[in-house]
Write a protein that binds this ligand. Structure first.
Ligand code: ARG
Length: 451
């Protein structure tokens, strides 16, 4: 058992079961760096407000910077006996500086500390996800689309052949989703307001202006992104009990996971024998312990599967919050695991998908076979009749009947004579319509898309 931040009122020792049950250090250690940043800021605020002398503040900050460096170098040792990371850092300082550090907790509560650290963590995690993993996957997708820009595939609605589309447009759709995801995350992150001075819930004796000036100055000094939205604590009760930003972030991450899951599902389908559009590199597949022929898309299946974890995380925080009376309640400690876990899952999904996409190969001949399906050009036949003056509805009915009958005929529509075709509509000219059964002709005739 390690020293607590709240021992004074208690005569009895905490039951070991309670120690274990209430602990969060095994996951909130991820906040270490941001807790230290918060403490350095707090010390400066205390010094300005006259609670610490210059020398006292200097000694504490010096120790805090050493801890910060050890965290950044990966040398920080976790004390699993501490209740949480905030307690461990306080205890470490106490060991080094003795009673002086007892002043550090002046006008602050872990409630305020936790929210500050979690918000800064979120802002860092969002930027790092966007600048590394999201960017990599977007680049891999763009590159793949570019390298295969002439490939045309059957496009689907209801998983049925619909109309031919460019493969690059298909991947462009996922690129659009991911770019939207980036904007969504940035908006959420920019909306997160950083403040201190809520205390446990009711505010502190230090005037708010002191907080904001120091937070702003310090945050600028350590080079945290300008998008940090530093605000005075307008309502301290809301400040310590707000977890909206956690919910918003997990929700945005869930949307990313949903997009990745759809991409995974498309690739799974395309890799089946029935479709055979793509070849997934062996390095990104697994086998079967029983069936020697198997080469399974397990990576993609897990990407699809993990989306459910994200939704679970989102629902767990929403549900945890819904019945909580103001202000802080210990339940809120349980927001961290879903938050961290959501970032971890999405980050590893983006990484593995980026690798898989880079090595994807297209079976052009198989795709060409699929493109022979005449039904893919039915809409083009309708447009052909419309151009010749037929109403869209009538043309739709004519081609519908033609397609249906052709299914029972050998040779399909293209095998019909000019006379046969004219029985459906006098406007049909066989030599003209034969040109329509061409994927390139079909995609080129769609002019509404900006390419
Ligand atoms: N580890 C706790 C958390 O993350 C610290 C807050 C404890 N605050 C309190 N009032 N008991 O929420």
């Amino acid at each position: 058992m390690s020293k607590k931040l709240w021992g004074g009122r208690f005569a009895k020792k905490t039951d070991p079961l309670v120690e274990k049950f209430t602990k969060s250090i095994h996951y909130d250690y991820k906040l270490a760096e941001y807790d230290v940043i918060g403490s350095i800021t707090h010390v400066q605020i205390l010094k300005n407000a006259g609670y610490l002398t210059y020398t006292e503040a200097f000694s504490i900050i010096k120790e805090l910077i050493l801890i910060l460096q050890s965290i950044r170098k990966g040398l920080f040792k976790l004390d699993s006996k501490s209740e949480d990371i905030h307690s461990q850092i306080q205890n470490m300082l106490e060991k080094k500086l003795g009673d002086l550090v007892l002043k550090l907790h002046t006008a602050r509560s872990r409630n305020d500390q936790v929210i500050f650290a979690t918000k800064i963590y979120c802002k860092w995690a969002v930027l790092s996800l966007i600048n590394k993993d999201m960017k990599h996957l977007i680049n891999s997708i763009t590159k793949l689309a570019d390298e295969n820009k002439n490939i045309i595939i059957p496009g689907f609605t209801h998983l049925q052949h619909a109309q031919p589309v460019y493969l690059k447009d298909y991947f462009g759709a996922y690129e659009s989703m991911l770019r939207r995801d980036v904007r969504r995350l940035l908006n959420i992150s920019q909306n997160i307001e950083i403040f201190m001075g809520a205390g446990a819930l009711a505010g502190t004796p230090i005037v708010s202006k002191e907080y904001n000036q120091k937070i702003e100055k310090y945050i600028r000094e350590i080079g945290i992104d300008k998008s940090f939205n530093i605000k005075p604590t307008i309502n301290s009760l809301d400040a310590v009990s707000d977890r909206d930003f956690v919910i918003e972030i997990i929700s945005a991450l869930s949307i990313i996971a949903m997009h990745l899951s759809r991409l995974a599902e498309d690739l799974i389908i395309w890799s089946t024998k029935e479709f055979d559009f793509i070849e997934i590199d062996e390095a990104f597949c697994t086998g079967s312990s029983l069936m020697p022929q198997k080469k399974n898309p397990d990576v993609l299946e897990l990407v699809r599967g993990y989306a459910s974890r994200l939704y679970g995380n989102l629902v767990s925080v929403l549900t945890m919050m819904k019945g909580l009376p103001l202000t802080y309640n210990r339940d809120m400690q349980l927001d961290k695991e879903p938050l961290f876990n959501s970032f971890e899952i999405v980050s590893s999904e983006l990484k593995v998908l980026s690798g898989l996409i880079k090595t994807l190969k297209f079976n052009k001949n198989k795709i060409k076979e699929h493109l022979k399906d005449e039904s893919l050009y039915a809409t083009d036949l309708v447009y052909y009749l419309v151009k010749k003056g037929e109403s869209f509805k009538k043309a739709h009915d004519i081609v519908g009947k033609l397609v249906k009958d052709s299914l029972e005929r050998e040779g399909g529509i293209q095998g019909m004579s000019d006379k046969d075709l004219k029985r459906y509509c006098a406007k049909f000219v066989k030599s003209e319509i034969l040109k329509l059964f061409d994927p390139l002709e079909s995609v080129r005739s769609k002019k509404s898309i900006k390419r």
